[in-house]
Design a protein around this ligand. Structure first.
Ligand SMILES: NC(=O)C1=CN([C@@H]2O[C@H](COP(=O)(O)OP(=O)(O)OC[C@H]3O[C@@H](n4cnc5c(N)ncnc54)[C@H](O)[C@@H]3O)[C@@H](O)[C@H]2O)C=CC1
Ligand SMILES: O=C(O)C1=N[C@H](C(=O)O)C[C@H](O)C1
Length: 237
């Protein structure tokens, strides 16, 4: 496959290594200093965007206008998600956004939904989410923590939304910590006076995120439509 990397930082480089090891070719690398890139004259099977929140929408829509399917892992740009999916449909191409591409986190998401379903009537337990990431991260809370909160809210009619750092009784509090070099740790806790129930996912490196993104690109290559990582991993769930 011929892949364009939109964003060539920590994740772009991790993705390149895995993609090349799986026999793919990187035909374009876009970073901060190459804002005026275009796809003209390039044959591209899929674009993979791991850039920054303010660049993601432009990167994604540039690819769509060239009928190139996009895998997007950039977080913190989702106010423009609906506009992006509309353009994807109009251009008759394909899109996957995932707050987290790692297989482990996608298993963790399923556990989170199941646990939220079991806990929804147990009012003595207070739910909270904690995420820990490296100090260069631009957004807080993480996209993964937002996905976890949305999954809990979808299961529990007593929860109407989430808040960073504090929350009313009908909200899920999300705490974001920044510690040097942490690739990404997420914990969902249910605390009562009697005990605490906790599930946690800790990434040991960026390899899982990068491998998932390359697998998603291989999967989406000849498809049309809007997909999620659950579609890619449908044989598991
Ligand atoms: N969904 C997932 O599984 C994961 C998502 N992420 C997300 O991916 C994004 C990137 O993460 P990292 O690689 O760690 O960040 P990074 O800071 O190491 O890399 C960001 C890249 O974006 C480039 N960039 C900056 N302005 C740009 C512009 N205008 N156009 C194109 N590129 C531009 C930078 O030059 C750099 O190459 C973040 O939003 C992060 O939250 C990170 C890991 C996993
Ligand atoms: O910025 C990161 O590094 C990560 N971002 C994603 C997020 O915001 O959830 C995924 C992962 O935890 C690493």
């Amino acid at each position: 496959m011929k892949i364009a990397l939109l964003g060539y930082g920590k994740m772009g480089k991790a993705i390149e290594e895995i993609a090349v090891n799986r026999g793919h070719e990187i035909v374009l690398r876009v970073s901060e200093d190459i804002e005026a890139y275009n796809f003209d004259g390039l044959e591209i099977d899929a674009a993979i965007d791991f850039s920054i929140p303010k660049a993601a929408y432009k990167n994604i829509t540039t690819a769509f206008k060239h009928k190139v399917p996009v895998v997007c892992g950039t977080t913190g740009w989702l106010d423009d998600y609906d506009k992006a999916t509309e353009l994807c449909k109009k251009e008759d191409t394909a899109f996957i956004y995932a707050s987290n591409f790692s297989l482990g986190v996608n298993v963790f998401f399923e556990l989170n939904k199941k646990l939220a379903h079991m806990m929804k009537g147990l009012d003595d337990y207070a739910v909270e989410i904690e995420e820990i990431h490296h100090t260069e991260k631009l957004d807080a809370p993480s996209g993964t923590a937002i996905s976890l909160a949305q999954q809990i809210i979808a299961e529990n009619p007593n929860k109407k939304g989430w808040q960073l750092d504090h929350a009313d009784k009908d909200e899920v509090p999300v705490y974001a910590k920044r510690i040097t070099d942490v690739p990404g740790t997420h914990t969902v806790s249910y605390k009562s006076k009697i005990d605490t129930i906790e599930i946690m996912h800790m990434a040991n490196s960026r390899q899982g995120f990068a491998l998932g993104a390359v697998i998603a690109a291989e999967w989406i290559k000849d498809k049309k439509g809007i997909f999620t990582m659950r579609d890619v991993l449908s044989s598991l769930f």
